[in-house]
Design a protein around this ligand. Structure first.
Ligand code: FAD
Length: 446
């Protein structure tokens, strides 16, 4: 190693640098610190969680894999997701396909509704308690490389802010600037492979939430994905999550679709909030937060290379999100764990080359992360090419079930003919069958 680099390493050096104190970064740092390594976790925000933005679900399997005693640690979660499903909106109607009880009534529940600003902050505090050194309010701007081009540290926006480590784990979230600088991917996040989600957090009394969403008490919560007349006919998904005394509600649409149709995110949100079936649910609520955030939706097709000499990437930065199931937090946690473990193994081998760090990808191949992302690789493309799933089918579903449950004294044969008619006036039967087949294929990975 050249003399200059040796001198620099004496300045501020760690065994591992992790960039980004979200769930991926927090977990990667924690795993390395737990194994006795010196870990710097660098975060641009004022506090961890300060830049993390969502109300949604976090998953018990992932949390317990990191903290087997998770539930004794009093995590700041809102409610268990005891009811989950899809709501399909037509212009005025609503069809719910919901499931509750059974699998969803286990304790602990499979998923909990949380507010990320609080939850990520708590998660990082747990990591700090196990020795992670958090460096907040610091932006990593580039990498330091040795004469052979291997990454041996990071440059930050602080004066004399270079930090050295033989391995850096990039957990920078959806904006993949560092992932590009590390040479792991050669392009920005593509507008057609990323959704802009606009979201509001609305405060309502606990009893009002329980009554309006049909929940017996605050130990029950609702996690819903919404399709249909929310995205102004564009390819997009909405969501509603009930917190203790708040409701997270939002809608996400691919960035390029918004751009091509000249739709403003604000208008999208207003359309959703004013829908006759949605407005009464949040009436009288006070808006606590309003904002937007990107979600990587490209999945498998947009994944960067996951490792190179001296560097690994995990979480949203590696497009690890299953868009259909809104699963990103569990992928961030488990991938973060595996990246942290790979860094520990590299230290044991004293080998930080790409060949040594490849163990990270090998581990991931055995998890649901790479298996699911590969299986769903065509799903986002499917949605782009089948906008009818956002408009025609939710409307048909509402109309068909409405007719089925209210015959108006007509003979049933006539009712069924009517139902079929309301589909075929919108879509030839063969085309509809083809669409359903294509949907099945896109989620089965065929
Ligand atoms: C509105 C919304 C709803 C969602 N709902 C769900 C849900 O219900 N269930 C679910 O599982 N997932 C959901 N997701 C996805 C989930 O939130 C993410 O997949 C997950 O939180 C990603 O974690 P991460 O650690 O990879 O990234 P982030 O949480 O984005 O963390 C990245 C961190 O890196 C920091 N950073 C970035 N660049 C730098 C730099 N150069 N220097 C220093 N720090 C930097 C950022 O400030 C940030 O703190 C949702 C996402 C959104 C936006």
């Amino acid at each position: 190693m050249p003399e200059m680099e040796k001198k620099d390493q004496e300045k501020l050096s760690f065994d591992v640098i992790v960039v980004g104190a979200g769930l991926a970064g927090g977990t990667a740092a924690l795993m390395a610190a737990r194994a006795g390594l010196n870990v710097a976790l660098i975060e641009r925000g004022q506090t961890p969680g300060g830049k993390n933005y969502f109300g949604g679900t976090v998953y018990t399997h992932a949390m317990e894999e990191i903290f087997p005693d998770f539930w004794t640690r009093m995590p700041p979660l809102e409610r268990p997701a005891t009811e989950a499903g899809y709501w399909f909106l037509s212009e005025t109607g609503l069809t719910r396909i919901m499931v509750g009880g059974g699998e969803l009534s286990r304790t602990p529940a499979d998923a909990y509704i949380g507010l990320m600003a609080k939850f990520a902050n708590w998660w990082i505090t747990q990591a700090q308690a196990e020795g992670v050194f958090l460096i907040p309010k610091t932006l990593v701007v580039d990498f330091i490389r040795d004469s052979a081009g291997r990454i041996i540290g990071v440059k930050t926006d602080r004066p004399e802010g270079d930090v050295y480590a033989p391995v850096t784990i990039i957990c920078e979230g959806v904006n993949n600037l560092l992932t590009q600088k590390a040479g792991l991917i050669d392009h920005d996040v593509k507008p057609e492979r990323v959704a802009l989600v606009v979201k509001q957090l609305i405060s309502l009394p606990t009893e009002t939430i329980n009554a309006r969403f049909g929940l017996p008490d605050a130990e029950h919560g609702l996690a819903v994905s919404v399709m249909g007349d929310i995205s102004l006919g564009l390819t997009g998904l909405g969501f509603i999550y009930t917190g203790k005394d708040n409701v997270s509600i939002g809608v996400g649409v691919d960035l390029d679709v918004l751009d091509n149709h000249h739709v403003r995110p604000y208008d999208l949100m207003q359309h959703f909030l004013k829908h006759p079936q949605i407005a009464p649910l949040i009436a009288g609520g006070q808006m606590l937060e309003y904002g937007g955030h990107l979600i990587p939706e490209g999945g498998w097709s947009q994944m960067p290379k996951l490792y190179a000499d001296g560097v690994l990437v995990a979480g949203d930065a590696a497009a690890m999100v299953n868009a259909l199931h809104w699963e990103g937090t569990n992928m961030a946690i488990i991938a973060g764990k595996m990246a942290g473990e790979a860094a520990v193994e590299a230290h044991k081998r004293k080998d930080f080359s790409a060949g040594s760090l490849k163990v990270y990808e090998d581990k991931l191949k055995d998890t649901f992360i790479l298996k699911d992302l590969k299986q769903y690789r065509n799903f986002s493309k499917f949605l782009i090419n089948h906008e009818d799933f956002m408009s025609v089918y939710p409307t048909f579903l509402n109309e068909a079930l409405g007719k089925f449950f209210s015959g108006f004294g007509k003979p049933k044969r006539e009712v069924y003919k009517n139902i079929l008619g309301s589909l075929t006036k919108r879509k030839p039967l063969l085309k509809a069958a083809g669409d359903i087949l294509a949907f099945g294929r896109s989620i089965l990975g065929r």
